[in-house]
Design a protein around this ligand. Structure first.
Ligand code: AMP
Length: 627
């Protein structure tokens, strides 16, 4: 039973069910309108970067694109890649903590927590901020409250990770009707389920992760034959290669150059911009303006050069594909369809590699960033009664069972069982007069529980005192359509159902969720104010930096303007406005920052015109125009 929390002022109205792709790098919300799945756009397009900026006291300053921009100037308060931490403990993720620019709290027990300013957050709370943003985006679009959603997760997500995703949804005020596997959603988006039978390979290469899944479709039942991948492989690695190249060249010019966190972000964004442009163009110019350095770094990068840098990273996607095929017991020639998912599959070299691997042209007509969200929207439409012909069933990716004597795993539900499913096993007591049994639930394929993943502990109390082996405890595992496990236990000797206590190791209790929800409502006003300030500061910094850069370019003669143009620019007025804006940027006066940003934009407008005119005439000078 999903937890129903009703708080004053929280209307649970609105009948629309949306589909959400909660990604490592970007998230999206989609909806089926007039029979067609569409991503719901915001001011900055469909993608909401899965990035959040919080201030020292826990107010949300920015979510999505504004937060991604803030990463440039406020790296320590800006959190990204939270999906990697979902449903995990500190022990699970500490080896990866060096890859993150924010601090994890080194506490062994419970969910891992992230430290920001004076507070600590679970990944569930951090993800809920992104989900809330998507919910609000949908509400603005429809002009009515949205409280129901389908959310996608990777096929390999275990029970804790699925549960954490569902909890994040609840915390954002969403009733999560279904958790759907991402590859299943991709197949739905392409309508391949209509073909009824066949084997589909889904190659998903995003920003930070690579997944390959082999699905079998039989009359509308989706069976995940195998999944494989690398949770630390993606377009970000390609960006990193380019960054390393730029930094090593900068160090040749300035041997002591050691980039700050903010400079690293700036270099990273320029590297990504160049990489994306090279999916369309053969050449691109990289232009890095680092205020601490005397020079501008300008360089031409060709597609061939990028591909050479990217090749070792792309080659790492090959073995997981080969292993996935082997696990599924299928040869590449047995694959009927191949689907591309994830922004990095836009690179022409990636499409080529996939075609070589699977021996057929992949489906790439949909926007690869949107495919999973569109599939989620189709599933949402099915659940709201809009589309009815699809029967959607998945299988459980890993076996589930309990610990028995000798720390052995006793499997109750085997991997690849079609879900929803229910299974029972009977156990007996080990000692005389034992009145309680501790049942530990594990997920995995290994014989010893220490090699599997601990999911939860159950204490069955109140067993009548009997000789060892006389009491019979029946343990029932039920996996619902979301792939989430429900466990119950019964002492059968007396025929009376016993009470069990469920203590999920990595979930949030209903009380915790309720507390967090109450807090978020309580702090809503502060959050809005903090956010307004965050956005104003980011925009102010952007305009001030851009103005400084142009003034610097003019001073160094990199932009040459005629004397008359220069005279018409009112440079003194620009410098005064810039100075005033810089001064107010260090305060918390959002209104004043906004006003001075607008003023600077206004006084620099003639300059922008002059520069544009100058660059057009420079471009034409000395060039023969082809007829
Ligand atoms: P995703 O995780 O699916 O949102 O994918 C994000 C990744 O795709 C990031 O590394 C982006 O830099 C990358 N990406 C987006 N568009 C392109 C493109 N046109 N060419 C190459 N990479 C891209």
């Amino acid at each position: 039973m999903p937890l129903q929390i009703s708080l004053p002022g929280q209307e649970q109205t609105g009948s629309k069910v949306v589909g959400i792709d909660l990604g490592t790098t970007n998230s999206l919300v989609a909806y089926v309108e007039a029979g067609e799945a569409k991503v719901i756009p915001g001011r900055d397009g469909g993608l909401v970067p899965s990035v959040v900026t919080l201030d020292d006291d826990g107010a949300v300053m920015a979510v999505g694109t504004p937060a991604k921009r803030r990463a440039l100037i406020d790296a320590g308060h800006t959190i990204y890649s939270v999906k990697r931490l979902m449903g995990k403990s500190y022990t699970d993720v500490k080896k990866d903590s060096g890859m993150l620019s924010y601090a994890l709290v080194p506490r062994e027990e419970g969910l891992v927590r992230v430290a920001i300013g004076n507070r600590e957050y679970t990944p569930i709370e951090l993800s809920s901020f992104v989900l809330k943003e998507l919910k609000e985006r949908a509400e603005k679009y429809f002009g009515e409250p949205v409280s129901k959603a389908v959310i996608t997760v990777p096929a390999y997500f275990n029970d804790s990770q699925r549960q954490a995703t569902k909890d994040a949804g609840r915390l954002a005020g969403l009733d999560v009707l279904r958790i759907v596997n991402e590859p299943t959603a991709a197949v739905l988006a392409y309508g391949l389920d209509k073909k009824k039978n066949g084997i589909v390979a889904i190659y998903d290469f995003g920003g930070g992760t690579f997944d390959v899944s082999i699905l079998k479709l039989t009359n509308g039942i989706f069976e995940v034959l195998s999944t494989n991948g690398n949770t630390y492989l993606g377009g970000d690695d390609i960006d990193r290669r380019l960054m390393e190249l730029f930094i090593s060249q900068l160090q040749r010019i300035e041997p002591n150059f050691a980039p700050t966190a903010e400079e690293l972000q700036q270099i990273r964004q320029e590297a990504e911009r160049a990489k994306i442009a090279l999916s369309e163009l053969q050449h691109v110019t990289v232009d890095l303006q680092l205020p601490r350095l005397a020079i501008n770094y300008k360089r031409n990068v060709s597609r061939g050069e990028l591909e050479m840098l990217a090749r070792p990273i792309l080659d790492k996607t090959k073995q997981p594909c080969i292993d996935a095929l082997a696990d599924a017991g299928i040869k590449a020639s047995g694959i009927d369809e191949v689907v591309l998912v994830g922004g990095s599959t836009r690179m022409p070299i990636v499409k080529q590699l996939v075609q070589e691997l699977f021996g057929r042209k992949p489906h790439d007509s949909l926007n690869p960033d949107e495919t999973v969200a569109l599939g989620a929207a189709i599933q949402a439409s099915v659940l709201s009664g809009g589309i009815s012909e699809i029967l959607l069933l998945d299988v459980t990716p890993l076996s589930l069972g309990i610990e028995t004597i000798g720390s052995m795993m006793s499997t109750i539900i085997s991997r690849n069982t079609t879900i929803p499913t229910i299974a029972k096993e009977a156990y007996t007591t080990f000692a005389d007069n034992q009145t309680g049994v501790e049942i530990n639930v594990f997920q995995g394929e290994r014989d010893l529980v220490q090699d599997n993943r601990h999911l939860a502990s159950f204490t069955l109390k109140g067993i009548p005192p009997l000789p060892a082996g006389a009491a019979k405890v029946e343990v029932t595992f039920m996996i619902d359509a979301d792939g989430i496990l429900h466990v119950s236990a019964l002492e059968t000797h007396t025929g009376i159902a016993q009470q069990i206590e469920v203590k999920p190791s990595y979930g949030l209790t209903d009380a915790e969720i309720e507390r967090m929800l109450r807090e978020s409502i309580l702090h809503a006003k502060e959050d809005i104010a903090a956010r307004r300030l965050g956005e104003a500061k980011t925009e102010g910094e952007r305009v001030a930096n851009a103005t400084e850069k142009v003034l610097g370019d003019i001073r160094r003669g990199e932009i040459s303007l005629s004397k008359e143009s220069l005279a018409s620019l009112k440079v003194d007025q620009i410098i005064d406005s810039l100075y005033a804006l810089r001064k107010v940027l260090s305060t918390d006066d959002a209104k004043e920052i906004k006003a001075l940003t607008e003023m600077l934009e206004e006084v620099t407008e003639p300059m922008a015109h002059e520069i544009l005119n100058a660059s057009v005439s420079q471009a034409l000078t000395g060039k023969v125009l082809s007829s």
